[in-house]
Design a protein around this ligand. Sequence first.
Ligand code: DQA
Length: 146
Amino acid sequence: MTRVLVLNGPNLGRLGSREPDIYGSGTLDDLRAQLEAVASASVEIDLRQTDDEATLIGWLHEAVDTRSPVILNPAAFTHYSYALSDAAKLVTAAGLILVEVHLSNPHAREEFRHTSVISAVATGVIAGFGFDSYLLALDLIGRRLP
Ligand code: DQA
């Protein structure tokens, strides 16, 4: 059984009511249900959200220790958290997949969202497809499992 950590950063606990024109009207529980519906029998979805940088870093350390692939939406931390970037690098340096995902396409939005300090250390990036960004990430993780 492979556990996929689906980690969500600040303000994503407000999905459903937060700027639905940008992020859609689905909640994190809806997202979890969608991921579980498509996950293969050998994959367990462990979806979490925090507004706290240290907690998110701790979860990335846990991914290394438990050898878990990661789907990470760092939310606003994407744009400035070097601490999170270093933690994400630990994951990929350990040979684990880390897919950076975004619901929106940050490059089509405000200038400050055009920079990601995570992308360079991620295995890859999927952005702009709403919940499908996560579903695509899960699909490719499944394809790359041994
Ligand atoms: C986001 C994009 C970020 O710029 C923003 O701060 C978020 C959500 C997205 O999923 O589109 O909180 O990561």
